[in-house]
Design a protein around this ligand. Structure first.
Ligand code: SAH
Length: 272
């Protein structure tokens, strides 16, 4: 890469107005690899006084922040609890009122299973200014780094992003009949602990037990693992390989197209 040419190219990407004192930028950081940040995200990060981040934002991205920038972690520490969403919302409001330039950095895209809508609502009610910058969502980044096309003319005409997060009663209230229809790819977020429920419900709704599946752990980072199997084996695979969050479950025949030798293009230092 030739830096002067890169600078010239970047300078021709229209710039935003600078981040204002008391403004919050809600920024999607992508799934882990810092190379997947948008130009706009990078520019705004460089202007932040304070960055509020959680566990999905990897060390490789945090390493890019300006040295004088204050960072506040609101994710889960080892054995500790996550800061409740309401407290994060209030923290954003409080910090913005001090006149600092705030970045709320979230893994993937803020509006895809990111609770971005809730955080913005409180800022809006408080009359504070904000902007939202999209990011590459885990489904897109992880599938691509695993060599899996989410749609394919011969395999899947649609792709559904679904939450696998169990309700308190251990149930997952989804339209299983719709999800079991042929010709689509399903991507379950937050589904590592729900594989038994997912497999049981999809097979009961008619999806073939031998449907190919892939599990992608810490996708797009140097620690990425891609494992493939079939729907009926999914719970055993996750237990056998001790798959941990953050991981995605991809269900559908496109997962059989993944090439095993595919390696993500990330630096060794990138952790998630
Ligand atoms: N807003 C995020 C999703 C947050 S929900 C986005 O758009 O990607 C958290 C879930 O996202 C995790 O449980 C996992 O299912 C998925 N996820 C996020 N980053 C991931 C990664 N690097 N590899 C695998 N799954 C990831």
């Amino acid at each position: 890469m030739h830096p002067p040419i890169l600078n010239q190219m970047l300078s021709s990407v229209p710039d935003d107005s600078p981040l204002q004192p008391g403004e919050v930028a809600l920024i999607g950081a992508g799934p882990g690899d810092p190379g997947l940040l948008t130009v706009r995200a990078l520019r705004l990060l460089a202007q932040a006084d304070t960055v509020i981040y959680d566990r999905l934002v990897g060390a490789g991205i945090m390493a890019l922040l300006p040295p004088q920038c204050q960072t506040i972690y609101v994710g889960k520490a080892a054995g500790d609890h996550v800061l409740p969403q309401e407290e994060i919302n209030q923290l954003l409001v409080r910090l913005a009122r001090t006149g600092k330039r705030i970045v709320r950095l979230k893994g993937g895209d803020p509006y895809i299973f990111g609770r971005g809508g809730e955080e913005i609502e409180d800022l809006r009610h408080a009359g504070l200014s904000y902007r939202v910058i999209p990011g590459i969502t885990a489904a897109s980044g992880c599938a691509t780094y695993a060599g899996i096309p989410l749609t394919h003319r011969d395999h899947a005409q649609s792709c559904t992003l679904v939450t696998g997060h169990l309700k308190k009663d251990g149930e997952l209230d989804l339209n299983w009949q719709a999800l079991a229809q042929p010709g689509q790819t399903l991507v379950f977020y937050m589904g590592v602990n729900s594989t038994v429920v997912i497999t049981e419900n999809l097979t009961a709704a008619g999806l073939a037990a031998e449907t190919p599946v892939a599990v992608i752990e810490r996708g797009t980072t140097a620690q990425q693992r891609v494992l493939r199997s079939t729907l009926d084996d999914l719970p055993r695979l996750v237990a056998r390989e001790d798959i941990r969050p953050p991981s995605l479950l991809i269900i559908g025949s496109v997962t059989a197209l993944a090439y095993d030798e595919f390696q993500p293009v990330v630096q060794e230092s990138v952790a998630c």
